[in-house]
Ligand binder design. Structure first.
Ligand code: F6P
Length: 495
């Protein structure tokens, strides 16, 4: 099959530039890249279509065509979409239907071959999928990754703050684009059953999708890159161990340097709830006696002391972390160091596993939770938020593969962490390590994910085209003031 991924936001390049550093370069890009590579390895031809950026600050993304060295069958296509410079994902809406989607069709028509099927990612990809399907008849799947209504919930949207939030996040466009994506997609792909029922069952999507209608969905979990995340040391493990050891010497007194660590390695984003983790550590003397807290931040040599280069939002999270270290006197119990790539993360997970440490992700809500599975795949047990996908990946029946905790309750976070790092429960750590590796291998690999997609896409290719969807709001193809989406539409849908 010839398959094209629609992913306008962020970007793709052989160096995986900006991954985890920038909010538009998060787990979605890892997902798209890995599924694409796994599909190609199964013999299919794949294009990843993203946005061309012509800007000296973002020079990695200027070429229209690119590829991953050593990977056959995957092409990166960068198609113009609005102004030349970088645009945050919230700014893409007026350019998708006027330029990006039509230019994609033009590109393929010029080449004389359209992909057989499209797979669209996030609302911006989904809207584009619907527009392309309308013109070409080619079916598409829609993978939401993160839906606007849940983001509105997390931001405690109410009638009073709605217009302020709308100004920043343009939810009215996003929710409508999501509704279009859901209605027009041949299938909606979710990572978990919970994502299907909870997220797609939100008021904001009533009338566009019925989460009980199994014929409209496929539940396909994403996978871990086992080429990188596995328990076998590579040539960089020594270097990473040395980096961690040096940081320990700098930040931790000698008598505590051999303790296990509780590692937080997600990007500094309020929703990842670093503060909840630091509070749990701060309020548990028992945990402090058993482990050091470790914080990994990409690109910073001495993250607790020098973080001026971070964005404003990241800086304010670091300020709050440092304030907690001061208030609870956690200096000498907290270490921080940089991890700058997936390979470095994997090496750190292995090295921390040697120290019988634990990976912590206490996000307020985690739609799927790939990072803990990556840590588990390297042999590092995970203590993870119970909110979202981890509730399906960490538990099956009465088997437990990682420890679930309530991210809003520091005492519960501490309890979960202690289960793994308490020296009195050494067997528990080993059991969690083995269960974690086994879980990933049996259920969460990208080959499995690609097979799931290929099954769905193959059926869509043969099925009759979908009919009966509503019109796509004209603003998306003609963003003039007359077509402006009335602001009242958002409260009508959301509340
Ligand atoms: O990369 C993971 C991801 O969920 C993406 O799908 C998306 O770019 C981002 O994080 C979340 O976006 P938002 O905050 O707009 O929901």
């Amino acid at each position: 099959m010839y398959i094209a991924f629609l992913n306008p936001q962020g970007n793709f390049d052989p160096q995986d530039s900006y991954w985890t550093e920038h909010p538009d370069f998060g787990g979605q890009l890892v997902y798209v890249k890995e599924v694409a590579i796994a599909m190609a390895a199964l013999g299919h031809k794949v294009d990843i279509i993203t946005r061309q950026i012509i800007d000296p600050e973002w020079s990695e993304f200027a070429e229209m065509q690119d590829a991953y060295p050593g990977i056959e069958g995957v092409r990166i296509l960068r198609i113009p979409c609005g102004p030349e410079g970088f645009l945050a994902k919230e700014q893409l809406w007026p350019h998708l239907g006027t330029e990006w989607a039509p230019f994609i069709i033009e590109f393929y028509e010029h080449k004389g071959q359209l992909p057989d099927v499209f797979t669209a990612h996030y609302a911006d990809g989904g809207l584009s999928g619907a527009l392309i399907a309308r013109e070409t008849g080619r079916p598409f799947t829609f993978t939401g990754h993160s839906l606007g209504a849940q983001k509105m919930d997390k931001l405690n949207t109410n009638r009073e703050n709605l217009s302020e939030l709308e100004e920043r996040f343009l939810f009215s466009r996003r929710i409508l684009a999501e509704r279009v994506s859901m209605e027009h997609a041949g299938r909606i792909i979710t990572s978990t059953f919970q994502e299907r029922s909870e997220q797609y069952g939100h008021n904001a999507y009533r009338g566009a999708i019925d989460p009980q209608d199994e014929t409209r969905f496929a539940v396909i979990p994403p996978g871990v890159n086992r080429r990188i995340f596995n328990p076998d040391p590579t040539e960089i493990d020594g270097e990473i161990d040395e980096r961690i050891t040096m940081a320990l010497k700098r930040d931790i007194p000698v008598e505590r340097q051999e303790l296990p660590m509780v590692l937080a390695s997600s990007r500094l984003d309020a929703k990842k709830n670093h503060l909840g983790l630091v509070k749990a550590f701060a309020e548990s003397k028992e945990l402090q006696a058993s482990a050091n807290l470790a914080i990994a931040i990409r690109g910073l040599e001495d993250p607790l002391r020098q973080y001026d280069t971070l964005s404003q939002e990241e800086k304010s999270i670091m300020d709050e972390i440092v304030a907690l270290l001061d208030a609870y006197n956690l200096w000498g119990k907290t270490v921080a160091f940089p991890l700058n790539s997936q390979a470095e993360l994997a090496a750190a997970y292995r090295q921390l596993a040697r120290r019988r440490s634990v990976f912590a992700l206490t996000a307020l809500y985690e739609p799927f939770g790939l990072a803990p599975l990556e840590a588990m795949s390297c042999g590092l047990p995970a203590v993870v938020t119970k909110n979202g996908g981890p509730s399906e990946s960490m538990i099956k029946g009465d088997r437990e593969f990682g420890v679930l905790v309530d991210p809003s309750d520091p005492a519960d976070i501490a309890r979960g962490l202690l289960r793994a790092v308490d020296s009195a429960s050494a067997d528990e750590w080993q059991t969690l390590r083995e269960a974690g590796i086994e879980r990933v291998i049996s259920k969460y690999t990208w080959e499995r994910t690609a097979e799931g997609y290929l099954g769905v896409l193959g059926k869509l290719r043969e099925a009759a085209p979908r009919t009966g969807e509503s019109e796509i709001p004209p603003w998306f193809t003609d963003p003039t003031p007359e077509n402006e989406i009335p602001l009242k539409t958002l409260p009508e849908l959301y509340f």
